[in-house]
Design a protein around this ligand. Sequence first.
Ligand code: CA
Ligand code: CA
Length: 188
Amino acid sequence: MNTPIKTLIALFFTLPLGALVSEAATLTGPIVNPSNAHTYYLLSQNTWTGSEAEALTLGGHLATINDAAENLWVLNTFSLFGGTAKTLWIGLNDSANEGTFVWSSGESAPYRNWSGSEPSAGSSAEDYVHIYDLQRGTFTGKWNDFANGTSEFGVPLHGVVEIVPEPSSAFLLISGVAFCLRRRTLRT
Ligand SMILES: [Ca+2]
Ligand SMILES: [Ca+2]
């Protein structure tokens, strides 16, 4: 078989396979939260690890929920997007060390909003945390640790990405000039 035909056949088989294992895609965003000026995206239905991988390509991580206000904003903005209920992955997980929950962003934010008996003690299969959507009655807005799946009792799991803006280059330039001027002033 000649080489171009072999290449075409190889492409035919590799492209669909590549698409199957790909990261989550963006459903909506960027959306800026006016209270912290951070940028958020809602991702397509996927596992926690697939969603975190997509968050990295967008320049962020799955959201770090710093307080009740951010929890409510994320819930109201994304959990009924498109008119259907979505359970929302956030960055909290204990995949590295069972029972020790950390944020994928590396932030040490201590805020938690666990539902009743969560996190489910002793269940090593539940390493990844989601927020219950707006149609869950008393569970609404509460957190549950869960397996790395794509739905939770029939409700699809979608990642919420948070991107913390870098200080602008103009700000860094002004800070640098101010620092140099101050050093010169101190020397004279
Ligand atoms: Ca945050
Ligand atoms: Ca659980």
